[in-house]
Design a protein around this ligand. Structure first.
Ligand code: NAD
Length: 390
């Protein structure tokens, strides 16, 4: 008989991320058998009954509700995942924390920095733990890169290129989902991948002092989506009955960053970049070396360290036990861990935070820093000048 403590897990938003969070709860003890605490799914909320039915089919048995407040008020629930669209993160995230429940909330935590600050304040005041969905941090080579930079393996960081380029919005037939409206999605690519990008930049290189940026919207209208359509849904552009609505936020951003440690960063994020499927990664140079990582080859860290390196080919370090959380998933080197694994790590870190009473992993304060960087991008576009971050 297990003597683990079981925390009730409620999920608000039964879409793509809701399913990923549910799978993480199901897999947690496979990979973290030594954690004295685990989660058990008890209730899921969604405004669409069809999404609830599909969710129960895959993850049940569990209770369902169309009212997110019922999840927070459920006495069996100790941990709440907020995996609904960005527009409701602020209100729901705050309510979760004020109810004294631990929070697992997806990026970007609201429509803007004010929404995120509202949740952060509630988390601080309630003294609960809050994990944010910055899962790219959790890949073992990314943690390896952070350790190498901190240990001075590349000397003093001088300059970097960072990118989060995707093509999910490259098709003009892709429907106008919540992501393209200011009311539901907030910022465009900034909210979606900019938040991840700025989090990676801060994790690896520290705080951002100031930035100058530009944005663009390449596809300015889209077919109106049917209720509940996923962001992969498309319409027939030859159908005369198809109605169009305006895309209200940016498809693309590019920014130059000056870091507090003096390093310079070029950052690019796009959602309509044909040919770039999940082209997320970084290339960081220092006075004594360099390293780079590409999510599409998530197990590999390219290294130019242990000089003399000039003129020497880059070496590839594969994932192996001892690198980040790698050994939680695979016993020997070279078996790449995947996207869902990075979310299992995220949940484990939330529960480690609950055990320790102190944050482990990406927190609501990290989400706020990323949101402030997003705001600085928009301030720079408006002013045409360098803008401070934070
Ligand atoms: N960490 C990551 O890599 C990552 C990846 C994708 C999405 N996300 C984030 O996850 C969140 C959800 O994105 P998604 O792709 O799963 O979207 P989605 O559209 O697939 O799912 C959202 C779900 O929320 C439901 N919903 C809408 N309003 C609701 C409400 N008031 N109460 C309860 N349910 C409601 C919808 O019906 C839908 O089922 C977003 O904030 C997004 O930024 C994070």
């Amino acid at each position: 008989m297990s003597d683990k403590r079981t925390l009730g897990h409620g999920i608000i938003g039964a879409g793509w991320m809701g399913h990923v969070h549910a799978r993480a709860t199901g897999r947690l003890t496979h990979h973290y058998p030594d954690l004295p605490v685990r989660t058990s799914l008890v209730v899921v909320a969604d405004t669409l009954p069809s999404h609830l039915d599909a969710f129960v089919d895959q993850h049940g048995p569990l209770d369902t509700t169309q009212d997110w407040r019922a999840v927070i008020e459920d006495p069996r629930v100790d941990v709440v995942s907020v995996t609904a669209p960005n527009a409701v993160h602020g209100e729901i995230g705050e309510a979760v924390a004020r109810a004294g429940k631990h929070l697992w909330i997806e990026k970007p935590v609201g429509l803007n920095a004010a929404d995120c600050a509202r949740v952060a304040t509630a988390v601080r005041e309630a003294g609960v733990q809050a994990a944010v969905g910055f899962n790219y941090r959790n890949f073992p080579p990314v943690e390896h890169a952070q350790q190498l930079i901190r240990s001075g393996a590349i000397g003093t960081p001088t300059h970097a290129t960072v990118r989060t380029l995707a093509d999910y919005a490259a098709d003009p037939a892709g429907t106008l989902s919540w992501r393209y409206t200011v009311a539901q999605g907030g910022h465009g690519i900034l909210a979606d991948l900019g938040s991840h990008g700025f989090d990676l930049i801060r994790m690896l290189l520290g705080e951002i002092d100031e930035l100058v940026a530009d944005t663009a919207t390449f596809i300015d209208k889209r077919p109106i989506a049917k209720a509940g359509a996923s962001h992969f849904a498309t319409a027939d552009l030859n159908d005369p009955d198809v109605e169009f609505g305006p895309v209200e936020n940016e498809d693309y951003i590019c920014a130059l960053l000056r870091m507090s440690n003096g390093a310079r960063v070029t950052y690019e994020a796009g959602r309509s970049s044909i040919g770039d499927q999940c082209n997320y990664g970084f290339h960081i140079h220092g006075t004594e070396g360099a390293l780079s990582w590409d999510f599409r080859r998530s197990d590999e860290l390219s290294l130019s360290v242990d000089g003399p390196f000039q003129g020497r080919p880059t070496q590839i370090a594969l994932g192996e036990p001892g690198v980040g959380e790698y050994q939680r998933f695979q016993p020997g080197a070279g078996v790449a861990i995947g996207y869902d694994d990075s979310k299992v790590i995220e949940l484990a870190r939330l529960l480690q935070s609950v055990e320790a009473g102190a944050p482990v992993g990406a927190t609501i304060e990290d989400a706020l820093k990323a949101a402030l960087a997003n705001e600085a991008v928009l301030a720079s576009v408006a002013s045409g000048h360098w803008e401070p971050v934070g």
